[in-house]
Design a protein around this ligand. Structure first.
Ligand SMILES: C[S@@+](CC[C@H](N)C(=O)[O-])C[C@H]1O[C@@H](n2cnc3c(N)ncnc32)[C@H](O)[C@@H]1O
Length: 263
C-alpha cells in the first residue's frame, strides 16, 4: 500500500486481526446514546449510516426509526458490508436496512432523500471533507440533519504512556488518517460547505477500562506499516499500555467532536 493513499487502502483491505479488533471496539453501548442524542433520530425517519463498519450503529438506528423508517448503510469495505448485513439479519431488521458497498465518495441517493445522515468516526478518512459535507447537503432534505462524530487525534491523551513516545508513534502512523485533526475542523468545513445552522459539542469521557488499547495497537500497526518508525518506541508504547490495562492504572481520553448541521 502506498503511504499517500494508505488512509483509504487500509480500510478497503483489512487484516483479519484488525477486523476482529473493530468488532470489539465498536460494540454499541450506553456511551453511544450521548453521542447520538443531537441527531434527534426518531420513528419513521430515513437515516443514512455513512461508513457503517461492523454495523452496530446501523442496528441501533434501525431500532430507533422503527417499522415505518429506513436505514441506508454504506461502507467501502466488503467484509464490513457483509458483517452489517449479517448483523441486521440476525436482529430481524433486514426489511428496514439497505447495506450498500460504496465505491466512491458520492452517495447513490437522490437529492433531499434523507431525514438524517450520521457519520461516526469516518470523516477523518474521507478524501475531501468539504466535498463530503457538500454531498451530505445534497442528499439531506430541508429541515433534516447531518450529524458527524469524530476524534481529533492530536488531542488524545494516554497515561502512563510517555508523552514523547506516543507522539512518535502518532507521527509514524499518521498516514492512516486523511485529516487527523478533523475534530476541530468539522465546524468550519460544514459552514464552508453551505450549512448555516451548525451546532458543536465535545464529549470527553475517560476510558479506564482499556477499551482504547485496541486503538493503541492499531496505531502501532500503522506506524510499523509506514516503515519510518522506531521499533523500540512502538514496542514500549504497546507494552506500557498493555501493562497498565492489566494492573488497572490505564487512563485514556479521546474527545469526540459532535457537529450537527441542520439543512
Ligand atoms: C473507525 S470505523 C467506524 C465504523 C462505524 N461508523 C462505527 O462508529 O461503529 C471507520 C469505517 O469507515 C469506513 N470508511 C473509511 N473510509 C471511508 C470512505 N471514504 N467512505 C465510506 N466509508 C469509509 C471504514 O471501512 C470503516 O468501516
Amino acid at each position: 500500500m502506498s503511504n499517500d493513499t494508505f488512509y483509504k487502502d487500509h480500510w478497503v483491505e483489512i487484516e483479519a486481526d484488525r477486523l476482529d479488533r473493530y468488532e470489539a471496539q465498536f460494540v454499541w453501548g450506553p456511551r453511544g446514546n450521548r453521542l447520538l442524542e443531537p441527531a434527534a433520530i426518531a420513528a419513521g425517519q430515513t437515516v443514512a449510516d455513512y461508513g457503517c463498519g461492523p454495523g452496530y450503529l446501523s442496528v441501533e438506528l434501525a431500532r430507533r426509526v422503527g417499522t415505518a423508517g429506513q436505514v441506508q448503510a454504506f461502507d467501502i469495505n466488503a467484509d464490513f458490508v457483509k458483517r452489517t448485513r449479517d448483523r441486521v439479519a440476525a436482529e430481524g431488521l433486514s426489511e428496514r436496512v439497505t447495506v450498500t458497498h460504496l465505491q466512491g465518495d458520492m452517495l447513490p441517493l437522490g437529492d433531499d432523500s434523507l431525514d438524517r445522515l450520521v457519520i461516526k468516526n469516518v470523516m477523518v478518512y474521507v478524501d475531501d471533507p468539504l466535498a463530503s459535507f457538500r454531498e451530505f447537503l445534497r442528499v439531506v432534505k430541508p429541515g433534516g440533519k447531518v450529524h458527524a462524530i469524530d476524534s481529533d487525534f492530536y488531542m488524545a491523551a494516554f497515561d502512563p504512556i510517555d508523552v514523547a513516545d506516543w507522539r512518535a508513534v502518532l507521527d509514524a502512523g499518521i498516514h492512516a488518517f486523511r485529516t487527523p485533526a478533523i475534530g476541530r475542523k468539522m465546524y468550519g468545513i460544514a459552514m464552508q460547505a453551505g450549512f448555516t445552522d451548525v451546532a458543536v459539542e465535545v464529549i470527553a469521557a475517560p476510558d479506564t477500562s482499556g477499551r482504547m488499547l485496541n486503538f493503541i495497537k492499531n496505531m502501532a500497526g500503522y506506524a510499523r506499516e509506514g516503515g519510518g518508525h522506531d521499533e523500540a518506541i512502538v514496542s514500549r508504547v504497546v507494552d506500557a499500555a498493555s501493562k497498565a490495562v492489566a494492573d488497572g492504572t490505564f487512563f485514556a481520553l479521546n474527545p469526540q467532536f459532535l457537529v450537527t448541521a441542520t439543512v
